[in-house]
Design a protein around this ligand. Sequence first.
Ligand SMILES: C[S@@+](CC[C@H](N)C(=O)[O-])C[C@H]1O[C@@H](n2cnc3c(N)ncnc32)[C@H](O)[C@@H]1O
Length: 223
Amino acid sequence: MFDTLEARFGERFTVVDLGCGPGSLSSRLLDRFPLARVVAVDFDPVLLFLGRRTVHAGPRRLTWVEADLRDPSWRSQLPVSRADAVVSTTALHWLRPPRLRSLYRELAHLLRRGDLFLDGDHRALPTTVPELGRLAHDASRIARRRLREAAPAPSWDDWWAELEKEPELRPLFAIRRERYPGGSHHEHTATVGAHRRWLRAAGFRESAPVWQQLDDFVLAALR
Ligand SMILES: C[S@@+](CC[C@H](N)C(=O)[O-])C[C@H]1O[C@@H](n2cnc3c(N)ncnc32)[C@H](O)[C@@H]1O
């Protein structure tokens, strides 16, 4: 993703990170591009708290925005009216497809011709290859398990369970439960082909995967 950003914009650009969580992508982006500005958007009060505590880049380079991407007015909370790029990782599959299609149209308003949207997320393989789809899904699980074995880390569920024990975070967890009644698992996956059609309908001229590992893709779209 970062190489694609550099190829398009060089070193200086403004990027909006959708579903930024604790800033996993934003912090790496700020490390790699000291002249970049990041607007990091999320609706999880716990993850935003962690991000604000752990990612330090100064207010001119990093702005945290607490906004719900399910709400069509989310853009009104941004400190910018336009950006050079929108990025996201493993977040937009939380949105139901009709909402995601509208979000793509909203992104088209945030970007100008030639600007970029880069989304790294799980995608379903086409229904014409059902057996390969299942294989890629299972292989992905194996790859994640092997990663955890190589660099021991708690699973997603264990990590949340540990965090919830922190007394300081209890009020934030209460807000989190109201905002995400379904918990932390949301899998609205669609094929790359479906996303490309939705992006085209939203006003993006070109889109294509620029990276793939099994059923994880980075989809790039040019406004
Ligand atoms: C799996 S985490 C990914 C976090 C980060 N992008 C990363 O790659 O580590 C998914 C993120 O999407 C955020 N998210 C899900 N639905 C959202 C919504 N409606 N509005 C804003 N953020 C949302 C969640 O709060 C969570 O931080």
